[in-house]
Structures are given as C-alpha cells and as structure tokens.
Write a protein that binds this ligand. Sequence first.
Ligand code: UD1
Length: 429
Amino acid sequence: MDRIRIRGGRRLKGAIPISGAKNAALPLMVASLLTSGTLRLGNLPHLADISTLATLLAELGVDISMDGDAPGGGHFGRVLALTARKIASTTAPYDLVRRMRASVLVLGPLVAREGVARVSLPGGCAIGNRPVDLHLKGLEQLGAAIDVQAGYIEARAPKAGLRGGHIVFPMVSVGATENLLMAASLARGVSVLSNAAREPEVMDLARCLIAMGAQIDGVGTDTLTVQGSETLSGATHNVIPDRIETGTYAMAAAMTGGDVELVGAEESHIESLIEKLREARVRVTPTARGLRIAHGRGRLKGIDVMTEPYPGFPTDLQAQMMAMMSVAGGAAMITESIFENRFMHVPELGRMGANINVHGASAMVRGVPSLTGAEVMATDLRASVSLVLAGLVAEGETIVNRVYHLDRGYERLEEKLAACGADIERIKG
Ligand code: UD1
C-alpha cells in the first residue's frame, strides 16, 4: 500500500491548479442515467471515486468514453462522454456500492426511468452512522414503493412511473436533495423540494439538468420546484472547481507561512472559509486567475468554527481547520454539527503533539508552538489530508499511511504540493 512521506518546515510558494469538484462530478455522472442522449462532462478530476462510479455506471449500461483533455492538457480537465442509450441492469451490486456511498444516487434516476431499481444499502461508514432514510422517504413521496430486503433497497414505481409530490426534508441532505432532484425531473407533474441543500454541487447538478431540458425553479435557494419532463436530452456541462480542495490548499499555504495562488478557485463558493481565514490572520486576495493565500502578520490566531450546511462552514474542511488551529496562537473551539464521529483525526494529530480535547460534538484545540513528525493514518478522506497538513509544518518526518483515502478525493496531491516547495513524496508499496 502506498504511503506519503513528508519532511516538514518548508513554506509553500507558487501556484496550485484547482481540479474539478469530486462531489459535483459524481452526481453529474449519475445524471447520465436520465437520458438516452450523450452527456458530455468537462473538467472531471482524475480520482479513484470517479473510476469507481464509472465502473458502476458501465454495469448499468452507460457507455463511457474519454473525449480528450481540456485545453491545458496533462492530467487536468478530463472530458467524459456518457451515453445510457438503454439501461442494461437496474441493480447496483453490493461490491460496487460498498466502495462508495455516493453510489446510492443511482436509485432515483433508475426508478424514474425504468420504474424499478435495486441498490445495495451502503452499509457502515467511518464517519458515523449515515442513513439513507431521507432518500427513501422522498422517493415514497414521489409514489415509489420501497422495500429493504437482504441488504438491498428495492424501489418500484407503478406502471405510469413516478409522480410529482411535495417533499419536506426534516434535515438538510446533499445526497437526498440530488437523488430526488434527478428523480423529480422525470416524474409526472410538479414536485417541490423544501429545505433542500444549497451546496454549490447541488446547484451545479441543477444547472446541468436544466441544460438537459429539465424545468427547475429556485436554483440557489432551499426550495426547488421541478416540473417533470417526459424525456431529457443530452447536454454539455463543465464541472465546477473543487471548493474543498481549494480550502485544503488555502490552509496548507497559511499554516506553512507561505504565499500561494490557487488557480481556478471560485471565491463565491468558499465565503464562510474566507471569513474564518481572515479572522485567523490569513491574507486572502482575489486574483485574475483565482485566489492568493498568504500568511498575514504575526502568528495565526485561534478561532471558533462550527460546521453547518452551505453557506455555513463545510464539514469537509473541519479536519483541515483543526490541523491549522493546532499550531495557531491561543485556543480554538471546533464544533461538528453535521456528522457524529467525525473526529478520527484527533488522536492522530495528538500523536504529532497537538493539544486537543473532545467534548461531545466540540473539540477544544489549544495551539502549540510546533508539531513533531510521526507515522500516522486515518480512516477517511478529509481526516487523512489533515494529517498531511500537519506533516507540512511538523518537525522531522511524517509518514501518512492508507493513502488510498487521499486518492479518492485529491488529484495528484503530492505533486501539487511539491511544485510549491513542499518536501513530500509518495512511497510505492
Ligand atoms: C455529501 C458529501 C460529503 C459531505 C456531506 C455534507 C458527496 C458525494 N458527499 O455527503 O462529502 O461531507 O455531503 O456536506 O457529495 N442523513 C440522514 N438521512 C439521510 C441522508 C443524510 O440522516 O437519508 C444525515 C447524515 O447522516 C448527515 C447529514 O444528514 O448527518 C448530512 O448528510 P448528507 O448531506 O446527506 O451527506 P452526503 O450527501 O452523504
């Protein structure tokens, strides 16, 4: 298994290109199930999760081809053409779903188009109990009959297919909003999704569906109204830049006292982060190509952060913020309000010398003058990258194990950081 070796203490200087957003790309790829036309998606990142989903979609009958690279070439901006002329199978098997929770997104589109879908329950997840009840209740509101048997969700729509309905989400869910937005686009009549997620990735999906012919009102708000269509067509769509990758490198630059331009970053998607970075004395300046992140005057300052649905501070940046606060001056209170059990990075950061105490959903971080390198590992994507950030400022050598978590969500992480002067390499093994 590959590992990452970091020797800490280098300031990051230079430019980092931001890839297409993983969490936007995944639902967009699934949207190809809604049409027999070709969906062309540009700016797709090269990631393990994208390949896993491509394997699942191919199994369901989607013909996938790489159309070539976007201008700039190299590894960036892959263009995929996805065509689901006919659905070959309506079953998403356990073996593929267990590798990636987002596979459950095929449920809505499959039942909307074929009247039936069988999707393995995603099962346990490292960041707490992540049920799919909101996805299922929403589909019931659209007229589907749901049965859970032998580890599989079976959804059936009556002969005439799904019909419009009013779905009020009791809590904000990105995945459930996306699943139901896709299903409602092919349902008969009008659907209203209230308390819908407003994350930029949800909006990107809505824009792509509109390009495919869907009638959706309220994009950008928490109430989405969908006038169902009989069929949707193919379209061409570019994936938005990854705001989580942007935030991760912004904090890497700030922690190392560096000066980095994040090329292609979208400022309007990370306003809550920018506000917090400035509060912590980081300089954030828009540039013609993206955003410049530079260390401000004096030591980073401890600040309080609470994760919330968008436009609040993203849970997917909580672990990185904690790594940054570990070396800030003063205390910081970090509260996780989206997921239970999303503090797996805490003991590992502790092994590197961080002073963190967890009380329920909050972590009190008391900044230390320096961290020390250690051999560490984490059980999820964002927790793993927080250990990389800690390694960049730690004294001595840090080895991060289980790199496959990083490969799920960060395109060429070590190359991007090394190009800015970090002493980081992948050890094949
Ligand atoms: C998506 C992101 C993930 C991010 C999360 C929150 C993708 C592929 N993943 O995950 O990176 O951390 O949004 O921003 O886009 N919940 C239920 N029942 C449900 C669904 C969700 O109780 O049916 C709960 C979850 O357990 C969690 C909360 O709702 O506590 C939010 O989860 P949700 O927004 O659905 O996250 P995902 O879509 O899985």
